[in-house]
Design a protein around this ligand. Structure first.
Ligand code: F3S
Length: 751
């Protein structure tokens, strides 16, 4: 990836407010006692509390027992938004009626750009096709003083790493891979648009204090092993749920051997284990990276803090304790391939060929994709390029990706988010394989085909495999046959962390707009648009418990935010709630029949899920969904909460929730409950009637109280109570009572 649109030294908003953060940390030390050892994540997080005393001492055993218990009310330093989620975030921000954002913010146009034939044709076509939305985002950015990075300027997480992330910073991003910024020592957390709006209007953003998972790195990577393999290996150990409620904090001597962008890759994919975020301590590679990205002033300030004493902001205290520790010896780490269909199915390269045969996975594959926010650094590309050169030099041919038969897609998300017009002849109804250096591999994510098995690997491994076309090829041990019939074996890749002459400032047309609000700029949304629609506030909670809810759907198995609100072609409706709601839950499997997106009403009439929801909405009937584990895993997509709410969904009851999605539901006024007894999942079926018991009182009591569901079976009329658990805080109870967080914020902002 070629870096474009870099900060200039003069950009003061890119300097974290260090004096304030350091002062706040001193305040935290006073509250907790100076002998209390803190992890790095705790230092940065607690130094961003709106009121350290209130958050750290209330109900938490006098500050001793904070992690996993205290509700932190945080004031992040900045916000970043990608184009797809920025639409709804801005529509929400606009309805609060403020003249500018309370903290620096940026918008990055990357998700809505198709990958098909190559950047030169795809980029102009995508700009044309989305001009209404890009114009809306740009005009809103100018009006409210948000930096706007136009289409083609880069993928959000790389632009953030290159311009905004900095050691000790705390930021929110409306995308689940925001933790990428942890590669530069920032606490960067992926949230929904509604959470971003909290920060944009200066309302404290609430987070249950995470536990801290320490990952100790020893040794040094060599040969084919890359930073991606650290997190791929960790994902296999932790599974997609293992990091839930944790911040992953890397430490140990191995940290100093990694490049800044390599550390960013580890943090990026920490989202795949459900972690709140991941981060690295200040390390030597951060200084040249900050300098190469035109932020020498930030490097200097951070280095001074890092040298300011044993308890400084940018490293864990020596005595700090982690809730759990995993040690990885980088010298022994093998390359890994993860997938298909889930990022935690991790297989070491040496066992992959046998696994392919054992599981009857396809032995050939149709595409190898490298890049994305996960792996598009200078180091990644030069390592992949090294392999191509090795091959090509041998054959005396050419030396670039495109000349090697690759297509250079636009500097945007493209196939990673389903914006891929795949042109090879893969049959839709047959299992097939692809390899990518991306981070996510849920069914249907890349090409919309649920039979496509996406195997994740490092860019260099994907590149080498692409030369063989077979899934059983191991470039460390196997040879290829060249067109001239000779055996060819790859040598291990090598690359460069940073370009020796630094990054170029890039094409001026990819620079961001200025962060100066201009009230004279009109932000118009056409009432006839099918892409954008102003938001109507949701009705407040009724005065009493919810009664007569009906089970719309009982979901079997995995239910990601892609399942609830599909991406791909639907991305174009992100700013139009009524239109995008037509995709609600279309990927969900019916627990009774095994069918996908097939719902049955009380009379046995069959329809799609959104169609039945809309029918019930029109009849004034409200509903709930019953689901299994980790409901809403995957992304920060708030549409996955907004859409059910818009169509009349009031409660989701599951075996467990993904953290971001659970918060998003509450912000939109949907009540997330978990079964106190997991087996109760088996006792509720589609079209059963449900009343809540104790919900209203719990909300009125600021989240204190027990909530049960009274279930009446449709078939037998039998009635029973199902005990549930909830995580409603006082503020979140207020959101639900007001109808949504936005209703409450708008009221407060207008005071
Ligand atoms: Fe974009 Fe894929 Fe990253 S969608 S932000 S490149 S995870």
């Amino acid at each position: 990836r070629i870096t474009r649109g870099l900060a200039t030294e003069a950009s003061s908003s890119r300097m974290p407010p260090y004096p304030k953060i350091v002062r706040n940390l001193e305040q935290v030390r006073k509250v907790l006692g100076s002998d209390r050892a803190l992890t790095l994540a705790e230092k940065i997080l607690y130094a961003h509390l709106a009121n350290p005393e209130e958050s750290l001492l209330s109900g938490t055993n006098n500050g001793r027992d904070i992690r996993g218990k205290a509700n932190l009310k945080l004031k992040p330093d900045r916000v970043a938004m990608q184009d797809a989620s920025a639409q709804m975030a801005l529509l929400q921000f606009m309805s609060c009626g403020l003249p500018s954002t309370a903290v620096p913010a940026s918008i990055h146009c990357d998700h809505m750009i198709v990958g098909e034939r190559g950047a030169d044709t795809d980029l102009p076509a995508s700009i044309k096709g989305n001009s209404e939305v890009f114009d809306f985002l740009e005009s809103a950015a100018k009006r409210y003083g948000i930096e706007f990075w136009p289409p083609g300027a880069g993928i959000i997480h790389q632009s953030v790493l290159e311009n905004y992330a900095a050691p000790g910073l705390m930021m929110l991003g409306t995308d689940s891979h925001t933790p990428n910024g942890g590669g530069l020592g920032a606490i960067a957390i992926g949230v929904g648009g509604a959470d971003a709006v909290d920060a944009l209007v200066d309302a404290p953003w609430e987070l249950k204090a995470p536990k801290i998972l320490g990952v100790r790195l020893e040794g040094k990577l060599s040969g084919w092993a890359s930073p991606k393999d650290i997190i791929m290996h960790l994902a296999g150990k932790l599974t997609v749920r293992g990091g839930t409620g944790f911040i992953v904090e890397y430490h140990g001597p191995g940290v100093e051997t990694l490049s800044c962008t390599g550390m960013a890759t580890c943090c990026n994919m920490g989202a795949e284990v459900g972690a709140t975020t991941s981060l690295f301590p200040f390390s030597p590679s951060m200084v040249p990276y900050l300098e190469a990205t035109h932020r020498g002033h930030v490097a200097k300030a951070a280095a001074e803090i890092a040298a300011s004493g044993p308890q400084n902001l940018l490293r864990a205290d020596t005595e700090a304790e982690y809730d759990q520790v995993i040690t990885i010896n980088l010298s022994e780490l093998e390359p890994h391939i993860n997938g298909p269909f889930t990022p935690d199915l991790s297989v070491p390269l040496s066992k992959f060929a046998d696994t392919v045969r054992e599981k009857s996975w396809p032995e050939t594959f149709g595409a190898g994709l490298i890049g994305s926010c996960t792996n598009s650094s200078y180091e990644d590309m030069t390592r992949a390029e090294h392999l191509i050169r090795a091959t090509l030099e041998r054959d005396q041919t050419l030396s670039t990706f495109s000349e090697a038969g690759g297509i250079v897609l636009a500097n945007a998300c493209g196939p990673c988010i389903g914006q891929w017009n795949r042109t090879d002849e893969t049959p839709k109804n047959e299992d097939n394989a692809i390899f990518t250096s991306y981070n996510r591999n849920f069914p249907g994510r890349n090409d919309g085909n649920r039979r496509t098995m996406n195997f994740l690997a490092s860019p260099e491994l994907v590149t080498a495999l692409a030369y063989s076309g077979t899934t059983t090829f191991n470039p460390m041990t196997d040879s290829l046959t060249t067109p001239s019939g000779e055996a060819f074996k790859f040598e291990a890749p090598s690359g460069f962390d940073l370009p020796s002459a630094g990054f170029e400032a890039g094409n001026p047309k990819f620079q961001p707009t200025a962060a100066i609000p201009d009230a004279s700029v009109e932000v118009s949304v056409s009432p006839t648009s099918d892409r954008l629609a102003l938001l109507e506030p949701f009705a407040p909670f009724p005065e009493g418990d919810l009664s007569g809810l009906q089970v719309l759907y009982k979901v079997k198995g995995q239910c990601t935010t892609d399942t609830i609100s599909a991406a791909g072609p639907w991305l174009k409706y992100k700013g139009h709630l009524p239109n995008i709601s037509a995709n609600t839950l279309i990927g969900a499997v019916n627990a009774a029949t095994g069918e996908t997106n097939v719902a049955y009403d009380e009379n046995g009439n069959k329809s799609g899920i959104p169609e039945l929801a809309e029918q019930w909405k029109n009849q004034g009937k409200e509903w709930l969904v019953v689901a299994e584990d980790n409901y809403g895993e995957g992304s920060a997509r708030e549409h996955a909460a907004l859409q059910p709410r818009f169509l009349g969904g009031r409660v989701i009851v599951s075996k467990s929730f993904a953290r971001i999605h659970e918060t998003n539901l509450k912000k939109q006024g949907v009540v997330p409950l978990t079964f106190a007894n997991r087996e109760d999942y088996d006792r509720i079926d589609a079209c059963d009637t449900v009343d809540t018991v104790g919900l209203y009182d719990t909300l009125k009591a600021g989240g204190q109280g027990e909530i049960q569901l009274r279930v009446t079976k449709r078939k037998t009329g039998e009635t029973f109570l199902v005990p549930t658990n909830h995580t409603l805080s006082k503020d979140q109870s207020g959101f639900i009572l007001a109808g949504s967080a936005l209703n409450l914020l708008a009221k407060q902002a207008q005071k």
